[in-house]
Design a protein around this ligand. Structure first.
Ligand code: NDP
Length: 296
């Protein structure tokens, strides 16, 4: 069994990006700029956004964090999104999800300019992805592709089973694994909560990608000998043993599944760090595509 060390690969990619940003800076150009909007004080969202700000510092991007109160109306948030769309000094931005219940996530996502949608959630960008057109790939699926590529994992002709059909992970990764490219060219099965005989289906997977958000859900009897297992799930459970009072669990029961796998991602330190890297890569792509005209 080989561990897919997302944290290590993420560091490698961030170092490569730092080199690119250093070149930009030494040529006298302004550096790429990523902005994030955080609404309210949700603990997990704070952690994710802080991780993104730190990654910007790490590679030398300029970053702006806009904190807004939980009581903000949808109209006010749309105005903030509009400001970032128009700000030529910003290459890309994200609105950290989830949003408070009174705000429609879909309305906000659709208001983000597709040219600055570095999370890759806008319908225009998802449509371009489906059509194999240049786009910003959604960050987590993009991170998974990069892991498969860096570990040179064969995907051609393999049976890939994806568990979970969210718009941000399960559905897009199922499309990407089926496309005519590497990584891809898989025969894909997309499973969800209405799937019957899930164990039978996951047990047939050469590549099993799990994104359902239920700690330790995938047990060893659900995994084929020699499978590649990508665990996207992150569930925080209270733990008296850890300093911060909680522990992170994946969707896969790692200890019993790992010995059966050819490759497996750990949680934490697997897919999570790659999601941030992908966001940074999308921002750099936006920068180089010249979306912001005010480069000087
Ligand atoms: P959602 O919570 O939006 O959706 C979960 C999916 O799992 C749904 O499609 C649901 O099916 C399916 N599902 C739920 N229960 C079962 C079941 N018993 N059997 C089969 N399928 C089931 O998923 P997300 O993609 O947003 O998140 C999934 C996990 O990934 C979470 O733990 C999240 O925290 C984590 N995550 C991690 C990221 C990272 O960077 N590592 C990034 C994004 C998410 P149905 O559609 O029928 O309801």
């Amino acid at each position: 069994m080989k561990l897919i060390e997302g944290k290590k690969i993420a560091e490698e990619i961030l170092s490569e990006m730092t080199g690119e940003v250093n070149k930009i800076r030494s040529s006298g150009e302004r550096v790429p700029h990523l902005a994030a909007i955080l609404v309210g004080n949700d603990g997990a969202s704070e952690t994710y956004v802080n991780g993104k700000v730190k990654a910007c510092e790490r590679v030398g991007f300029h970053s702006t964090l806009i904190r807004l109160p939980e009581t903000l109306s949808e109209k006010e948030l749309l105005e903030e999104v509009g400001k970032l769309n128009r700000d030529e000094r910003i290459d890309g931005f994200i609105v950290q999800l989830p949003l408070p219940g009174h705000i429609s996530q879909q309305n906000i996502i659709e208001a983000i300019s597709p040219l600055k949608d570095v999370d890759g959630f806008h319908p225009a960008n998802l449509g371009r992805m489906v059509l194999d057109m240049p786009t910003y790939l959604p960050a987590t699926p993009y991170g998974i592709l990069q892991l498969l590529e860096r570990y040179e994992i064969e995907t051609n002709g393999r049976h890939c089973v994806v568990v979970g059909r969210s718009h941000i992970v399960g559905s897009p990764i199922s499309i990407l694994m089926a496309r005519n490219a590497y990584p891809g060219n898989c025969t894909v099965t997309l499973a969800h909560s209405k799937t019957e005989n899930l164990r039978e289906i996951t047990s047939a997977a050469d590549i099993l990608i799990v994104a359902l958000g239920k700690a330790n859900f995938i047990t060893s009897d659900m995994v084929k000998e020699g499978a590649v297992v990508i665990d996207v799930g992150i569930t925080r459970l209270p733990s008296a043993l850890s300093k911060n009072g909680y522990k992170l669990f994946g969707d896969v029961k790692f200890d019993e599944v790992a010995p059966k796998c050819s490759y497996i991602t750990p949680v934490p330190g697997g897919v999570g760090p790659m999601t941030i890297v992908s966001l940074m890569k999308n921002t750099l792509k936006s920068y180089f595509s010249g979306i912001s005209k005010n480069r000087a």
